[in-house]
Ligand binder design. Structure first.
Ligand code: BGC
Length: 709
């Protein structure tokens, strides 16, 4: 349809019809159960009205959605098709590693590929829009939704977010195998205080603009068709009624023209926050702030029409929102092809197909991070005990892999049995270090402990105050370690855990995250030595919960402490009972080979606003295996009109080197990379000295200085 035809359609719609386009309910309202006494009753809905709404959430399957679409188009007076939206976060039937793991892959192209595969499966299952990517920055692993974040760094987060949007949408979301992408949660949901989910976000305007907003903006720039508001308040205003944030920042400053949806009942919750009187007030505030679709509250449904007829909300506001919804339907091609790609045949062919399972495995290979290795890995043991309830669990895929086909999940046990045929394994799928477990450990050359969190231990609303290992796992580790020192700890989970005891005593630690449907095959490939680990931490691993939030991109205080000094020094900025630095820093990860960096070379030590500096290092594989290294560029602005972070990631390249091979890795430095919000909130670069670091993690020491003149 042309824009003109869309406006004509809008003109022809009644106010009731328009409001219906702005309401979204979940699959519970459509089929199954006693509709009229079930959820619909709570929403004062008659059967037919539910089928006139603009979109639904969380339903899938080509057969079901095709039928539903027929019903929607029959009931809707203008036969407008519905939008089917769902949370396809890290895969549909084939699950890929959770986003925090994908962040650790430091490979945006891989993120694009996994999103593309997820889009193929989901679109064949009739889904039009996915509520992904989550662009929220996460620096506090008490927050369970770290799992859905690409991590603590704004630059990495932006690269991964943009790549994911492109992977879902391709050139045009109308194309076969594509879905529209809805980034979320606008804004600063990752900054919830104390890591408690849905809590307030209290952060300075500079931190918001400089650290938290860039990844959402990257989604806008990548062309994301939709955005979702956050549950939290920002500056004491619930994000779903934050006019300044949504209209001035998202629409005007970032130029977002797509559909803005609230999070689940977030408009309704503004009443509980104490920022709206009742559902009518909430609806008025949300529509005024520019929220187009109300997800799962009755605020728009019950009040928008009345608010317009009473003159409190101009109809033009409703028209604006409806027009955006119609445009999205049109962009997806739904007016011509209302089922889009829904096809039972394609669904069968694509879901968990060989190609996607291989991608799931390959993605996990890139994301698994080796945190420690005293040489025990690759595994040479002839006999190994594998202990821990997670070793046979299928709940290792991720809490948002809600559609994943768990029958296809490869357990750690299955992967080890398949890929390490020369090792005699004894599997003891329990966390209890009973006699059987200890006896098995005693008689083995090495013990593989499957530790950490399963997929229900992390994710939405899974916040915790203590991110150390559960007591029973600590006990398991100590007991086993007591009889066999060759303990290889495999950590599952969606957040950095505090693991000082493992760091001190375990022979090796591999962070597997929640690696996806075929992810354990990658774990086995790494254990056996077929693949050298190449993931690098996307979030710092603290010593203890008390260090949170923590990020490498911190500031000096007026009383900084030299990180090399171990003991507590009164009246310096330090803790009495823990160091300032994390146990494992951002960007960190080991390999089976070793890399050597030359000093950093700059082709000039002076930068102007229209010149560039090339910074280079030579990286050499000094080990005897092929391996991948993530070469990372950090910059420090030595002095600013406001204090500046000690370093900021400004570039990275993942390279593969065979034994003895050397490669020059270069980064171009331009003035725009040095911009920040100055003392007057202008986004600008200030003249002066900068230090540039290149190396294998955020503590890289090889540096060079230049000046911006
Ligand atoms: C989550 C969103 C999600 C939505 C719809 C909410 O609880 O915060 O991330 O997209 O539910 O399922």
């Amino acid at each position: 349809m042309t824009e003109k035809q869309l406006s004509e359609l809008l003109q022809d719609m009644t106010l009731t019809e328009k409001v219906e386009q702005l309401v979204q309910l979940n699959g519970d309202f459509y089929g199954g159960g006693d509709f009229l006494t079930g959820p619909a009753a709570a929403f004062h809905l008659t059967d037919n009205k539910a089928y006139r709404l603009g979109s639904i959430l969380g339903s899938d399957g080509a057969a079901r959605l095709t039928k539903l679409q027929d019903k929607f188009m029959k009931e809707q007076p203008h036969h407008i098709p519905a939008l089917f939206m769902a949370d396809v976060i890290h895969g549909y039937k084939t699950a890929f590693p959770v986003p925090i793991a994908m962040g650790a892959g430091f490979d945006p192209e891989l993120a694009r590929e996994t999103a593309e595969a997820a889009a193929k499966e989901a679109s064949a299952a009739g889904i039009h829009v996915t509520f992904s990517p989550m662009a929220d920055l996460a620096r506090d692993s008490r927050w369970g939704r770290c799992m859905e974040s690409f991590g603590e760094d704004s630059f990495l987060n932006s690269c991964m977010t943009a790549a994911t949007v492109k992977g879902f949408q391709g050139e045009n979301c109308k194309d076969k195998g594509r879905v529209a992408s809805c980034f979320k949660h606008f804004a600063a949901y990752g900054a919830v205080q104390s890591g408690r989910d849905y809590n307030v976000a209290e952060l300075s305007e500079k931190t918001l603009f400089e650290d938290y907003l860039p990844s959402y903006e990257a989604a806008v720039d990548a062309g994301a068709e939709m955005a979702m508001t956050a549950f939290n308040t920002l500056d004491r205003i619930p994000c779903s009624m934050h006019k300044k944030l949504l209209r001035n920042v998202l629409r005007d400053k970032m130029g977002f023209e797509g559909v803005l949806i609230s999070d689940y009942n977030a408009i309704g919750e503004t009443i509980i926050h104490g920022a709206a009187e009742d559902s009518r007030d909430a609806a008025e505030k949300a529509i005024n702030s520019g929220v187009d679709i109300d997800m799962m509250s009755d605020c728009y449904l019950d009040n928008l029409e009345e608010l317009v007829t009473s003159g409190e909300v101009p109809e033009s506001l409703i028209d604006e929102a409806v027009m955006r919804v119609l445009r999205l339907k049109n962009k997806l091609g739904l007016f011509e092809a209302p089922y889009k790609d829904a096809s039972e045949e394609d669904e069968k062919r694509l879901c968990c197909c060989r190609e996607h399972m291989e991608l799931s495995r390959r993605a996990a290979e890139e994301c698994i991070v080796m945190l420690k290795n005293n040489g025990i890995l690759p595994l040479r043991a002839k006999k190994a005990a594998v202990i821990g309830s997670l070793c046979e669990s299928r709940d290792i895929v991720g809490s948002w892999a809600i559609f994943a086909d768990s029958s296809k999940t490869v357990t750690l046990r299955a992967a080890l049995e398949e890929l390490c045929p020369d090792v005699e394994f004894e599997f003891i799928p329990q966390d209890n270090p009973d006699e059987k477990a200890l006896a098995a450990a005693k008689k083995s050359d090495a013990v593989i402990l499957a530790l950490g969190e399963d997929q229900l231990g992390t994710g939405e609303s899974r916040s915790c105050t203590d991110i150390s290992l559960p007591e029973e796992q600590k006990r398991l580790f100590e007991k086993i370690y007591g009889v066999n020192k060759n303990v290889i700890a495999l950590l599952f989970g969606g957040r950095p855990l505090a693991i000082p005891e493992l760091a001190e005593k375990a022979a090796a630690i591999l962070e597997l995250w929640l690696p996806g449907t075929a992810g354990c095959l990658a774990a086995a490939d790494i254990l056996s030595g077929k693949v050298s680990p190449s993931g690098r931490l996307s979030m710092s691993f603290p010593y203890c919960s008390g260090q949170l939030p923590i990020s490498y991109s911190a500031f000096n205080t007026g009383r900084p402490k030299d990180n090399r000094v171990k003991e507590f020094i009164p009246f310096l900025s330090n803790y009495m009972d823990a160091p300032n630095i994390p146990l494992y820093p951002f960007g960190y990860g080991l390999s089976y080979t070793s890399f050597e960096y030359s000093p950093v070379a700059l082709d000039s030590d002076t930068l102007t606003s229209d010149s560039r500096i090339t910074a280079s290092v030579r990286v050499k594989n000094t080990g005897d295996r092929t391996g991948k290294e993530v070469v990372q560029l950090y910059i420090r602005d030595v002095k600013g009109s406001v204090v500046r972070p000690l370093r900021e990631l400004k570039g990275f390249k993942k390279i593969t080197l065979s034994p003895g091979e050397e490669q020059t890795v270069s980064f171009e430095i331009t003035e725009d990379m040095l911009r920040f919000y100055d003392i007057n909130m202008n986004f600008t670069a200030e003249k002066g000295s900068f230090i540039l670091y290149i190396g294998g993690d955020s503590t890289a020491e090889s540096s060079a200085e230049f000046r911006l003149v």
